[in-house]
Design a protein around this ligand. Structure first.
Ligand code: PEP
Length: 223
């Protein structure tokens, strides 16, 4: 059976208290329904502000989730006001999302800056979950997981077809070898299986539907 990544990207949502409740509810749901995660790896990407407490809660709950940061500074430690650097992130997460279309659109991130972030992440032993928007998005050396996230599908309720996502994955693997490729964009409990059942798709990156722990539990179950 292939290993499946199921990643929650909370974006700029949830307080620390809400983070605690979400983790508690999800963990309780999994236990109550006696769900064995098996080959499903759950990765949560909360806001920076919640990362530390999320780690603490997961440990207390004995909940086998891993954490991702939603961003990383393109610089090492130093005089970069407002930035969170790789060494700091590594204390709290093993993964980092890089190249998301929202960061390109709202924060002006360029391919060059994004490439810098990937190289700094790998230097700090953080695995980049690298988002691509289409077949023309350059994938920098060091990307460890690729998430195909077409812009039209993000938050729109109109996902791409599983067949297109499968084709995209095949062409990425042709170029990069056997790298895990995920699909992201309007994934919900009702459609997750149509993506994860594709032979070359190793999981999903979930935005909106991950904010509700019950919906996310259904996504885990159905994947
Ligand atoms: C995302 O932005 O990474 C995403 C997949 O969002 P949504 O699931 O809300 O479409």
């Amino acid at each position: 059976m292939k290993k499946l990544f199921i990643i929650a990207n909370w974006k700029s949502n949830k307080t620390i208290e809400e983070t605690e409740k979400w983790l508690h509810d999800l963990s309780e749901g999994l236990n109550k329904e006696n769900i064995n995660l098996g080959d499903k790896k759950i990765i949560i990407a909360p806001s920076f502000i919640s990362l530390e407490h999320a780690n603490y809660c997961a440990k207390n709950l004995k909940f086998p989730v891993e954490f991702a940061a939603q961003d990383i500074s393109a610089f090492d430690e130093g005089a970069y006001t407002g930035e969170i650097n790789g060494r700091q992130i590594k204390e709290l997460a093993n993964y980092v999302i890089i190249g998301h279309s929202e960061r390109r659109k709202y924060f002006g991130e360029t391919d060059e800056l994004i490439g810098q972030k990937v190289s700094i992440a790998t230097r700090h032993d953080l695995a980049p979950i690298f988002c691509i928007q289409n077949e023309n998005t350059p994938i920098p050396h060091g990307a460890e997981i690729v998430a195909y996230e077409p812009v039209f599908a993000i938050g729109s309720g109109h996902p791409d077809t599983p067949e297109n996502a499968e084709e995209m994955s095949k062409s990425i693997k042709k170029e990069l070898g056997d790298i895990p490729v995920l699909y992201g964009g309007s994934v919900v409990p009702e459609n997750v299986k149509s993506f994860t059942s594709m032979p070359n798709i190793e999981g999903v990156l979930v935005g909106g539907a991950s904010l509700d722990s019950h919906k996310f539990l259904e996504i885990i179950k159905n994947a």
